[in-house]
Ligand binder design. Sequence first.
Ligand SMILES: NC(=O)c1ccc[n+]([C@@H]2O[C@H](COP(=O)([O-])OP(=O)(O)OC[C@H]3O[C@@H](n4cnc5c(N)ncnc54)[C@H](OP(=O)(O)O)[C@@H]3O)[C@@H](O)[C@H]2O)c1
Ligand SMILES: *[C@@H]1O[C@H](CO)[C@@H](O)[C@H](O)[C@H]1NC(C)=O
Length: 258
Amino acid sequence: CRDRARAESAARDIRAELGTCAAGSAHDGDLLVRELDLASLRSVRRFCHRVLQEEPRLDVLINNAGIFQCPYMKTEDGFEMQFGVNHLGHFLLTNLLLGLLKSSAPSRVVVVSSKLYKYGEINFDDLNSEMNYNRSFCYSRSKLANILFTNELARRLEGTGVTVNALHPGICRTNLGRHVNVPLLAKPLLSFVSWAFFKTPLEGAQTSIYLASSPDVESVSGKYFGNCKEEELLPKAMDDLVARKLWDISEVMVGLLK
Ligand SMILES: NC(=O)c1ccc[n+]([C@@H]2O[C@H](COP(=O)([O-])OP(=O)(O)OC[C@H]3O[C@@H](n4cnc5c(N)ncnc54)[C@H](OP(=O)(O)O)[C@@H]3O)[C@@H](O)[C@H]2O)c1
Ligand SMILES: *[C@@H]1O[C@H](CO)[C@@H](O)[C@H](O)[C@H]1NC(C)=O
């Protein structure tokens, strides 16, 4: 989490729900709250350092945090915010935890992308959008980066027993739209559309849960899913050369390679 108080309160709700649920018991596991700001490489490093010190194994990593169409902002390290959080922060996080995932194999990485990847492009000449900022384009670019990252990581993990798959959750009624300004008069319409057609968070989480836990996908890696089924990708999301180049540049940007 970024906000410890809100996270502790969410953890209390989950513990209370598990306590009243017949199948759950206190012995099923511990729910721990840890601070992690994906807009800060220092925070990602500190979080991973602690996990590596405290946890003997890591079975599943779900890269789910995301920021959508915010005004132009930069991360602590000077990256455009959507690319920095949605792609680079998770890129460093996954890389620092890779050793533990490997020693825990069979294990899984699940990457939450979006169908909006279709409108993105990896414009290597302006990854921080300093020349031109388009908030929709930058969200789509970061979600395309999630899929290219998944493909390249799957290739690197062949034979290790660690799988990695990407997914789109569908349109869900969450806080993702917090930076989008809806005109006052359109608000009732949007609430209606959202109530009638958007998925609930519980429904939206199903494909992540499926990829994290189903025996059906035990040995599936490098694929893209929606509604718990494999889906086709546009050629731009399957371009191995772009995936490779994005990986190499990301390594330099997050300081894994100097
Ligand atoms: N909702 C949709 O319709 C939809 C569609 C396609 C894809 N997705 C993807 O689904 C994923 C989950 O989004 P959501 O819909 O659940 O949106 P959400 O309600 O806004 O949740 C996003 C989560 O990411 C966290 N986060 C944002 N920036 C962070 C940072 N710098 N460091 C650490 N955590 C950070 C937020 O933490 P705080 O609580 O502290 O803000 C929040 O918990 C995202 O990757 C999104 O791109 C969503
Ligand atoms: C911003 O990007 C989106 C998605 O890539 C595109 O459809 C739109 O035309 C762009 N807007 C401008 C003003 O260039």
